[in-house]
Design a protein. Structure first.
Length: 86
């Protein structure tokens, strides 16, 4: 396990089960990912949340307080995600 900060871009992704073209993506900053780790607990071997993690609607008030992303779209399922910035 490495605790060194990766060169990554984090996002909150929304996916529709009914329409593969209905999606959303909201950027997450490094500071926000640090706060989200307190709300959405990452796996022990993934401290920088590089894997996808579900964001249940029950956590949305806390997630919105951190991200200021507005209300969730009821037609979408949400996940955190990350991809290489390099």
């Amino acid at each position: 396990m490495t605790t060194e900060e990766p060169v990554a871009v984090w996002v909150l992704e929304g996916f529709s089960k009914a329409d593969e073209f209905l999606r959303s993506e909201f950027p997450i900053s490094r500071e926000q990912i640090l706060q989200l780790r307190e709300v959405i607990e990452p796996d022990a071997d993934d401290p920088w949340m590089l894997h996808c993690y579900p964001v249940p609607v029950s956590l949305w008030p806390k997630v919105d307080a951190i991200l200021q992303c507005g209300p969730p779209d009821p037609e979408l399922d949400y996940l955190t995600g990350a991809y290489s910035a390099g």
